[in-house]
Write a protein that binds this ligand. Structure first.
Ligand code: BES
Ligand code: ZN
Length: 410
């Protein structure tokens, strides 16, 4: 954005701030963020939930800049969740319902933490060992290469669905070789013209119990004057590729007892758009989603090869323990717990709708890839496909262990 327009926007903001009834993009912005983070930056908190440490604030462009500068410093990305599209006026804000999902999930997590018995490792199964050994780094590389070769996969770009349609065709072609009952669906959204893709592998015994394996397919260029090139190799061709590879392996295995649903979400970079609609509609249809795995950025081993950052906010204690257990038996990585500090990816959409979630990330936040959201997010000498392969293995284990069990959040 040019400097002159910035000055104008700042001026407009100070007028609007006195009467915050219109909350639009470049004026004041309603946000949700980490309570302690806002406090540390002296940003006035308008409402908060002390227990789950989530806070609501209305920020000026100046405050936004402060948050983003500091977010960068501590290794967070945006640093907050923009509620503009959900909130049309401050007076209409219903804080009880804004914080209710956080309180509910906090209660579930606390209950689980107090449970007397927890799994420390999974039973070691030869069929699962053999399936994870099928994860192929060359395949991952070719999927990431292909996805990052589109000029961008931006939901507000000129052609938001070109890559979506090609991806759908690729998946259908691949699934042509599968004997499992399956379905490929393009999902349209109200909030964006971009579509999400869902591949469903139907469960044999408990088709209504769903294990979700997902990641966002879109990309964005957020650098100032940076143009529209957004290869998004790490963010998030990598997680998208992990899911293709997991599907390739799972589609050849015996039919799972539970249904497995793969999602490649639309418009994540513009505010979790696709997943927000999908998770809300699943909740209103009372769908029984047992677990949600989110793969977003798996290619840059910032904290070291085979170090997984397991995000502890907007995720479930049960699934974080499940990750530790499956890691003990099958992956043998080092797991380092960390926080995004805000709803940083699509798992937050499911979490807010009451579903158990997990987000194993490429590194800890501080050590994340700094080239995301720029033209530099391409395959490079630091890209590590052996590291990335772990995340496909986690998805395969979700598909073969969790989707064949009776386990659910206690
Ligand atoms: N992949 C990022 C999220 C991320 C970045 C997680 C760094 C962990 C470390 C995701 O695609 C993203 O950019 N999310 C947005 C938030 C979203 C609500 C628009 C962000 O972090 O700014
Ligand atoms: Zn991103």
């Amino acid at each position: 954005m040019k400097m002159a327009t910035m000055v104008l926007l700042f001026a407009a903001a100070s007028v609007v701030h006195a009467h915050p009834t219109h909350l639009e993009n470049f004026e004041t912005k309603p946000i949700l963020a980490d309570l302690n983070y806002l406090k540390a930056l002296n940003i006035p908190v308008l409402a908060k939930d002390e227990e789950s440490e989530v806070a609501y604030a209305v920020i000026t462009p100046q405050m936004q800049q402060k948050i983003q500068e500091n977010a960068h410093y501590v290794g967070k990305c945006g640093g907050f969740e923009d509620l503009s599209s959900q909130v049309s006026s401050l007076h209409a804000m219903d804080f009880d319902s804004l914080f209710a999902p956080f309180a509910e999930m906090k209660r579930k997590n606390d209950l689980y933490e107090r449970a007397p018995f927890k799994a420390l490792a999974l039973e070691n199964r030869a069929d699962i060992q053999s399936a994870i050994s099928e994860v192929n780094e060359e395949n991952l590389k070719s999927y990431v290469q292909w996805l990052s070769s589109f000029p961008n996969r931006f939901n507000k770009g000129q052609t938001p669905n070109v890559h979506v349609e090609q991806m759908q065709q690729r998946l259908e072609l691949m699934l042509g070789n599968s004997n499992l009952p399956h379905e490929v669906t393009l999902i349209s959204h109200r909030s964006t013209p971009q579509k999400s893709i869902r591949v469903r592998l139907l469960g044999s015994e408990k088709p209504n119990e769903i294990v979700v394996l997902g990641g966002h397919l879109d990309s964005i260029n957020q650098s100032w004057g940076g143009g529209t090139q957004a290869p998004g190799a790490d963010d998030n061709a990598s997680g998208s590729a992990n899911l293709i590879e997991a599907l390739r392996i799972l589609m050849d295995k015996p039919q799972p007892r539970r249904t497995i649903e793969f999602f490649w979400y639309a418009g994540e970079e513009s505010g979790l758009l696709g997943s927000a609609e999908i998770a809300a509609s699943y909740k209103s249809e009372k769908k029984d989603v047992v677990a949600v795995l989110q793969l977003d950025m798996t290619l840059f081993p910032g904290s070291g090869e085979f170090v997984i950052g397991s995000m502890t906010d907007f995720t479930s204690a049960w699934l974080r323990d499940y990750l530790r257990a499956l890691n003990e038996t099958y992956i043998h990585a080092t797991i380092s717990e960390d926080k995004c500090g805000y709803g940083c990816s699509d798992h937050a959409s499911w979490y807010k709708n009451g579903y158990p979630t997990l987000m194993p990330f490429e590194a800890t936040m501080r050590k994340m890839n700094n080239n995301i959201h720029t033209v530099r997010d391409v395959i490079s000498p630091t890209s590590n496909f052996a590291h990335s392969a772990m995340y496909s293995k986690i998805a395969v284990i979700f598909g073969m262990d969790l989707a064949n069990s009776d386990a659910r959040q206690p």
